[in-house]
Design a binder for this molecule. Structure first.
Ligand code: FE2
Length: 282
């Protein structure tokens, strides 16, 4: 499926660490609102894609709106009942968690999703087992200061590693890290697969890898969208399932700012051997 508003972006990644194919659906930056793709639309796409597991890169709700949290709640609980779901925080989940106004509602959201089977990864990791294969999934959360506009701070490798722990060397490792801003640290850590979002394809998209601006107002940000390889690691930055206002102090939380930049649903097939292949759209 591919039109001006939405597409499914497919990747195939070879790995010697699995003996059978594993399908991941990666959801990020939905920012659920009345103008978003609906939860039932996403459930239908998930049913069509039939993943072994769902990985969530954060920002499924928009922090400024409790209605958004309710919409994300309904969808995430349904996904959790049907599939194995691992959910890492974005900056909006962190804002919901940290704010006195929303903390209680956010904790209720987490509680309900956990009851539906969703596994939260907040600087923690879990093992997904499939047919004798083990995949270690890590979720990296950053304090809000690292999302500062317009000059986000640097993040040392030592601090990153202290936060997430040591990379496992005996099994396939996936890192969910909301912002690609610190991609060099993720690559140095050595996850087999790194999944990011946050940049919404750069709002104005130039090509598969390049867009105009990040939410921190960095122009032409690196690792903006698409697939990148370094060492033995593959990084994929999803362009996001939705959008919201990104200008400092901008009053409308759901202004649909995307140009040449369809909302993106990501499906990743991990294949046990063979050549890498990337399929655009579907
Ligand atoms: Fe974000």
């Amino acid at each position: 499926m591919h039109n001006n508003d939405f597409r499914i972006r497919r990747y195939r990644i070879p790995t010697a660490k699995l003996d059978h194919e594993v399908r991941i659906c990666f959801l990020t930056d939905w920012h659920a609102s009345k103008k978003s793709l609906t939860g039932s639309f996403l459930i239908n796409i998930l049913r069509q894609e039939n993943p072994d597991l769902i990985l969530v890169g954060g920002d499924m709700a928009t922090a400024a709106s409790f209605e958004s949290l309710k919409t994300a709640d309904r969808f995430m609980r349904e996904a959790g009942r049907r599939w194995q779901v691992y959910y890492a925080r974005g900056n909006h989940e962190t804002r919901l968690y940290q704010s006195d106004l929303s903390h209680k509602r956010y904790m209720e959201y987490i509680h309900r999703l956990k009851k539906a089977g969703v596994c939260f990864l907040d600087n923690t990791h879990e093992t997904f087992e499939t047919g004798g294969n083990k995949i270690e999934i890590y979720g990296f959360s950053l304090p809000m200061g690292y999302y500062r506009k317009p000059f986000p701070p640097s993040l040392s490798y030592a601090r990153f590693e202290r936060t997430v722990g040591k990379v496992p060397d005996d099994r396939l490792c996936i890192l969910l890290a909301h912002t690609p801003l610190y991609a060099e640290q993720y690559f140095a850590w050595g996850a087999d697969l790194i999944l990011c979002g946050h940049y919404h394809g750069g709002v104005v998209r130039f090509d598969e890898h390049h867009g105009a601006v990040s939410p921190q107002l960095v122009l032409f940000p690196r690792y903006c969208c698409g697939e990148f390889k370094k060492g033995g690691s593959t990084l994929i930055t999803g362009a996001g399932l939705g959008e919201h206002g990104f200008l400092p102090g901008f009053p409308h939380p759901h202004l649909p700012l995307r140009y040449n930049n369809p909302r993106e649903f990501v499906t990743i097939d991990l294949i046990p051997s063979g050549e890498q292949e990337t399929l655009n759209g579907a």
